[in-house]
Design a binder for this molecule. Sequence first.
Ligand SMILES: [Zn+2]
Length: 150
Amino acid sequence: MTDEPCQCSDCQRFYREHDRLIREFPTLKQQQELNWASIQSFRTLCGKVTEDLQKRLTYSDHKVHKSCKDINIFTNEELEEAINELENINAYLYSIEALMERIFDIKVSDKIETKFKEVAGEIAPDPLNIDRLILNRLFHQTPDFPDKKN
Ligand SMILES: [Zn+2]
């Protein structure tokens, strides 16, 4: 028996996104830039939210919050808990960024980049490509293949 990959909607969404990122960023350089930008944007957003929550915590300490309804949405406990979690995430992201920097420094020749594109096309072909559609139809008609729901 072969291990069938999970077909729940979350996993399917992941497979689609995974393949799309290979299809749209098929070279080493593009993958480096994509992942660098993704870590940076993640870090920027988490950092800004943490800063904002810390400010709210300081305000509520000084009881300024009584004049501002918006700040009352969070209790101090909620704020502290969220700040702790986000600080953990930021620390992990910082470590990932240090490793990504090493990966980012590596360059390969155009010949190798061509190989990347070639393999990308094989493992994540355009789902709307006619060959892929025909292949999918054949695949689903194969009688000894276990039934796929949906
Ligand atoms: Zn799943």
